[in-house]
Every structure is written in C-alpha cells, then in structure tokens.
Design a protein around this ligand. Structure first.
Ligand code: ZN
Length: 163
C-alpha cells in the first residue's frame, strides 16, 4: 500500500478517496455513529493549494436527524500521506460525534443574536472544538498505529512450541 497519494494523478486521487472512506467507516464504528447516515461528496478538484493541507473537508452534521454531509476537495498540485488521511478522517468523525453538544448552541444563538454578533461569536465557538478534535485525532490515530505495530511485532516474534 502506498504511503503518499499524489493528487496530480487522477488514479491516486481515487485511491485516496477510497482510503479516506475506509478510515471514515472505521472511526464511525469506533465513535458509535453507526445509526448516522453519511453522504461524502467529492467536489471539483482545486488547483489553489490550501496552506495547511492539500485536502479540504467541510463537515455538516445534523444531530437531530443523525445525518452528516461531507464535502471533500483535493488540491491537484499537492499530495497527502496515509497518516494525514487517517488523522483527517478521525478529526471529521469527532466533529460529528461532538455535534450534539456544539450544534444546539449555534442554532440557538443564530435565533437570538444579530448576524454581526454571530460573526464575533462563531470563532469563539469553533476554535475550542477545532483544538479538541485536532488533539484527540492525533492521540487516537497514534494509539491505533502503536497497537498495530505491537501486534505485528508480537506475531513476528511469537516463540515456537516448547520454548
Ligand atoms: Zn475541524
């Protein structure tokens, strides 16, 4: 399995999307989100590179109906590693898992305050969640990969019968 996906290559973009779907499915199960309905849409490729990463995902969860829509953009002049995709999938699923906490606040505030005030409040609401998702995704993916590594090592060094 390749370590990096080069987005200038269409075949590798398709492979990256398949890998992303597989990872999303894993974290969806881990976070008990099996009853949710997901729609993951690949948008038109962009050529303007995003400064942080070459893949951009906008997740819109609806905790009332347990539905989430995810829009995925690939920057065709960049590449992304398997590890980055693992963390991105975990990060986006965490947004969905946290949405029953964050979404009602946002909805309520939109009804009570002006658009101008909302512009001020929105970053204050989103920034802490972004930080939590970022850190948790890093920790969870790292733990999962360490366990994989340990399992592989144990398999390789299993003592023979009689030892
Ligand atoms: Zn995020």
């Amino acid at each position: 399995m390749r370590e990096k996906f080069n987005f200038s290559n269409k075949r590798q973009r398709v492979q990256a999307r398949k890998f992303l779907d597989k990872e999303m499915l894993y974290w969806r199960t881990e976070f008990f989100l099996k009853s949710w309905v997901f729609r993951i849409i690949t948008e038109e490729e962009r050529t303007t590179p995003n400064e942080e990463t070459c893949i951009h995902i906008v997740t819109q969860p609806n905790p009332v109906y347990k539905q989430a829509v995810m829009h995925v953009w690939f920057d065709t002049d960049g590449d992304v590693s398997r590890l980055e995709l693992e963390e991105i999938a975990c990060h986006e699923m965490l947004h969905v898992a946290l949405s029953p906490i964050s979404m009602p606040w946002e909805k309520l505030l939109k009804q009570k305050i002006t658009r101008h005030e909302m512009d001020f409040v929105t970053p204050l609401l989103h920034a802490p969640e972004e930080g939590v998702c970022e850190d948790l995704a890093f920790i969870l993916v790292d733990r999962r990969n360490r366990n994989r590594f340990l399992k592989a090592r144990l398999k390789g060094f299993r003592p023979k019968k009689g030892q």
